[in-house]
Design a protein. Structure first.
Length: 618
């Protein structure tokens, strides 16, 4: 790109302050923090922060914009004040913030003793659990980074993904011991293997044994970073390791890498606060010190990020080791859950429960269910609102974050949006709340006007810092586009913005089906089929055809006890308004539509298998 990025400084913060103060919803952040911390706790938390840093050091840190110690001390002061309040629930284990702090301190001391340096990485293969949260904070307090690996990866891909992060430590659940033993000799930089469970092979350590021998006094450190690393989903190849820790930390951390060339700190700060205000809305309305239910794997950004965020809000996170729809509803009633982060598959499985099960529980405590990670059918959004209202909620609960891991959120959908206009159930949310979004005409090389489809481009906090660990700059540039002098990220989405800036995704470039030379995207077909009351789940992929090359094939999972036929499905699609090539040419019924843990359908793998079984190449 050429040119240096603008340095962060207090002067640049003051320059952009008027713009920040005018941001929608931002003024509510202090009030929401006070409510969740407890008004009586605000002064002790702030005074504890100054006491830990020292008044002179705090003043110097602010003036020189070296804020590591201030942010570090603020988190610790919060936990000190909330010492006896419950912080995390994981299976049968329940820890107060005081107990959490001691466990995090022990882990940080162990990592220091092992020589972990700032910006060095720890990799993990874990189910949702308190140990995953402890790893995040233990690394953060000494400037390190934890990477959460997708446990569904095969041995080869997992080996490559771990080696990209160059970790010195690998922490994994006992259930994955056999897999780790198969690949351990190929892990180039790993020196320590730590097992979360009750048994560890020779030469490896048990997590609890490791903690039991360490000091519970937090080690001194001049560095701090929100040490969370993430990987892309791997839907288009081996997952890429993203520097999410720089994205979230550049505003204050002395060890975060600089912005990309030509990027402005004032622009970064605006985008940082845009992300913060989405959290403001997400937490708004949640009762004092809220309860967050986390059923998503830690390698899903929503699973790890919301758990960390709730720790900062002084709220409790309840982890589910494995998702179960009935158990999800039971926990909401038992723990008085206010917030949950989910993927569409979770909501579909809840709605598929028998009426006598899903109508059994009091769900009145729920305020926000944040859905992300894959496209959610409008009927599922409506259905989950209807269920939670029926079970006691005073208002709708469904909210949505669109985007990909590189850009974090893109658009953001709120309850008031679809309450004002039900058409917006079909949208992914409004642009400009978390990121700037525009639609680009690739042929004309210009931005599209409202309601005209094109390639969706995102400009968010992630774009200003994006790097892939273990990959060259060329890999980054595959997704970045320089348009009008600024970098925009291409997640591969096609869609349009309406006159009110609501984003409607119509397809993804990797999912296109080319029927007789015409580009067809499966989303509209899938949404239509999913409205059929007999259908539980559906996916449309490209199937080989002698005349047209390829045609849409609908793979359909029916609801239990329901029967249908290909002819009935096709006729239903016609009645619902599909026409031409958008009508599936072929229909097959399957026992289950295969989805990965985050709810995504890996269409390419389905298609490759389908074509290869017929001895053909797509």
């Amino acid at each position: 790109m050429g040119g240096k990025s603008e340095e962060r400084s207090i002067a640049n913060v003051l320059r952009v302050l008027p713009d920040l103060l005018r941001m929608e919803d931002l003024g509510g952040l202090p009030l929401i923090l006070m409510r969740n911390w407890g008004v009586k706790n605000v002064i002790p938390i702030l005074s504890g922060t100054v006491r830990k840093v020292g008044l002179i050091n705090a003043t110097t840190s602010l003036l020189t914009f070296r804020l590591d110690r201030i942010v570090r001390s603020l988190v610790l002061s919060l936990w000190d004040v909330l010492e006896d309040e419950e912080g995390v629930v994981s299976g049968d284990k329940r820890f107060t913030f005081g107990e959490l702090e001691k466990r995090v301190a022990k882990l940080a001391n162990v990592l220091c003793d092992w020589g972990l340096k700032p910006k060095e990485h720890v990799s993990s293969v874990l189910f949702p659990c308190s140990e995953g949260l402890e790893l995040f904070w233990g690394c953060s307090f000494i400037g390190g980074v934890v990477e959460y690996l997708n446990f569904h990866l095969n041995d080869e891909d997992m080996t490559i993904a771990i080696n990209k992060a160059n970790p010195r430590v690998l922490v994994f659940d006992e259930e994955f011991t056999e897999r780790v033993m198969r690949i351990k000799d190929n892990l180039i930089t790993v020196e320590k293997f730590v097992v979360v469970g009750e048994r560890a092979p020779d030469g490896m350590l048990l997590y609890e044994d490791m903690l039991s021998k360490a000091s519970d006094e937090m080690p001194e450190s001049d560095v701090f970073i929100f040490g969370m690393g993430e990987y892309t989903g791997g839907t288009t190849g081996i997952p890429k390791n993203i520097n999410l820790y720089d994205q979230m930390s550049y505003a204050f951390s002395s060890v975060a890498e600089p912005l990309r060339e030509k990027e402005s700190f004032t622009e970064y700060l605006k985008l940082f606060l845009m992300l913060a205000r989405s959290l403001v809305y997400e937490f708004d309305g949640i009762t004092s010190r809220g309860q967050n239910l986390s059923p998503l794997p830690l390698h899903h950004g929503m699973g790890s990020f919301t758990a960390a965020a709730f720790s900062l809000f002084g709220a409790t996170t309840i982890f589910m080791r494995r998702f179960d729809a009935k158990e999800f509803l039971r926990i909401i009633e038992k723990e008085k859950i206010n917030h949950a982060s989910v993927v569409p598959t979770i909501l579909q499985r809840i709605l598929a429960l028998p009426d006598e099960v899903k109508h059994k529980y009091d769900l009145s405590s729920m305020k926000n269910i944040l859905c992300a990670g894959a496209k959610c059918p409008p009927e599922v959004k409506k259905g989950i609102n209807e269920l939670f209202r029926r079970q006691g909620c005073e208002s709708d609960v469904y909210i949505e974050g669109d985007g990909c891991i590189e850009v974090s959120y893109g658009a953001f959908l709120r309850q008031k949006d679809y309450q004002e206009n039900p058409k917006r159930y079909e949208s992914s949310g409004k642009a400009g709340r978390v990121a700037y979004i525009k639609v680009y005409d690739e042929e004309e090389k210009k931005w599209c006007p409202p309601n005209e489809s094109g390639r969706v481009m995102y400009r968010s906090i992630g774009v200003t810092t994006l790097r892939y660990r273990g990959e060259g700059e060329e890999k980054v540039k595959e997704g970045l586009n320089i348009i009008d002098g600024k970098a925009w990220f291409d997640c591969g989405d096609y869609g349009y913005l309406d006159e009110d800036d609501f984003l409607y995704i119509t397809g993804k470039s990797r999912d296109v089906i080319i029927v007789g030379g015409a580009n067809i995207y499966p989303y509209n077909m899938e949404d239509t089929i999913l409205r059929n009351p007999k259908v539980f789940d559906a996916v449309v992929i490209a199937a080989p055809d002698k005349d047209l090359g390829e045609v849409p094939l609908a793979l359909i999972q029916l609801k239990k006890g329901k029967k249908s036929s290909a002819e009935e499905v096709i006729e239903y699609c016609k009645r619902e308004g599909l026409s031409g090539y958008e009508i599936p040419r072929k229909v097959e019924f399957v026992e289950e539509v295969p989805r990965e843990a985050m709810g995504k359908i890996i269409r390419r793998k389905l298609e490759e298998k389908y074509w290869e079984e017929r001895g053909m190449k797509r």
